[in-house]
Design a protein around this ligand. Structure first.
Ligand code: F6P
Length: 361
């Protein structure tokens, strides 16, 4: 009898359930009745404090399209993993204790950057770990694609599409703020898909004068409205020149005045142009609802590959998508690295040819 643990960690996204279903279906196919799946509740917390339940075949039925995670999740920052918990206990030791007590043969971690760093740590501590690449941010190093990303692109694009009609009616400048944490993948893809005129990304610091220039050019050219897709991590050229400490202070000052970056940009453009600006923030909607078919396919394939790795006894691996092939790399290769948008990459050059401004020139 094999015994495998599952946990979902960090911010949720679409296709977490679909991915677990993929692994489970693969395992049931390979091992028939000789497999037990243990689901840890609320991410690493469940592994630390032994909150878990047995998941039988029926637990994985009817969940391909269900958003969220049936196991629950929580954020357990990697940097705090070696900091003792409120009872003075070592979190890593707690997790190892649960793993060995349950006599697990493998642990499957569905998570993004921080979660996979912890997965790598557990692997280095001797546990048999498989990482599966989750996040709407698509910023996990080593994989072309993470599950959740395309579903979030879909939602953010729909938001931009809907804003287009009202922006056109009123002749307004609209800003749609898109999630993505410190990287611009989601904003870039939703911005292009939604036909945004200006896209502001963390990787390409903006100059507001250039942003305003683009809006004015559009107005002169007869366009009644402009749409900006702004990443939640967008940064101005002045702010990009600040030290880490100075930037932190700057963000604190901004937070006291504006709910987020888009509101500050909106207020400043309004001052500079006298035009009416409106801001829309789809926020956590971008992580919710059913996965799009693309995500259902890659998450099922990623899950099946995870089951295959367990069967092969190949651990310490992160399942990745490379040129449409589902493969795996060492967890240690990805841990601690961020996949950012290349400011000189093809997609940026192509977007510029389409007339999209990144607010930098
Ligand atoms: O990593 C996914 C993500 O949605 C980011 O895009 C965003 O910055 C962050 O999580 C929001 O985190 P929380 O749900 O903790 O507010």
């Amino acid at each position: 009898m094999k015994r495998v643990g599952f946990l979902t960690s960090g911010g949720d996204c679409q296709a977490l359930n679909a991915t677990m279903r993929g692994v489970a279906k693969g395992l049931f196919h390979i091992y028939q009745d000789e497999i037990e799946i243990i689901g840890f509740e609320d991410g690493y917390k469940g592994l630390m404090y032994a909150n878990y339940h047995l998941m039988n075949r029926s637990a994985f039925s009817g969940i391909l399209t269900k958003g969220g995670t049936m196991l629950g999740t929580s954020r357990q920052p990697f940097k705090l993993m070696r900091v003792p918990d409120e009872n003075g206990l070592d979190k890593v030791e707690l997790m190892k204790h649960t793993y060995y007590k349950l006599k697990l043969d493998a642990l499957v971690v569905l998570g993004g950057n921080g979660s996979q760093k912890t997965a790598n740590l557990l692997s280095e501590e001797g546990l048999n770990v498989i990482g599966l690449p989750k996040t709407i941010d698509n910023d996990l190093w080593g994989t072309d694609m993470t599950f959740g990303f395309q579903s979030a692109v879909d939602i953010a694009t729909n938001a931009i599409d809907d804003i287009h009609t009202t922006a056109a009616s009123h002749g307004r400048v609209f800003i749609v703020e898109v999630m993505g944490h410190k990287v611009g993948w989601l904003t870039l893809h939703a911005g292009i898909a939604g036909g945004a005129d200006i896209i502001l990304l963390p990787e390409i610091p903006y100059d507001l004068k250039k942003v305003v220039k683009k809006i004015e050019e559009r107005t002169k050219g007869g366009s009644r409205f402009s749409i900006l897709a702004v990443a939640e991590g967008a940064i101005s050229k002045e702010d990009a020149a600040l030290s880490k400490k100075e930037y932190k202070k700057r963000l604190e000052e901004r937070a006291a005045k504006y709910p987020s970056v888009a509101y500050e940009i909106g207020a400043r453009i309004q001052e500079m142009t006298g035009q009416e600006i409106r801001v829309t923030v789809p926020g956590h909607m971008q992580r919710g609802g059913a996965p799009v078919p693309y995500d259902r396919v890659i998450s099922s394939r990623i899950g099946a590959h995870g089951a295959h790795l367990i069967d092969e006894g190949k651990f310490g691996r992160l399942v990745v998508v490379k040129n449409n092939v589902i493969t795996d790399i060492p967890l240690s290769e990805s841990a601690g690295k961020l996949k950012t948008v290349d400011p000189n990459g093809d997609i940026i050059q192509e977007a510029r040819l389409l007339g999209i401004s990144f607010g930098d020139k």
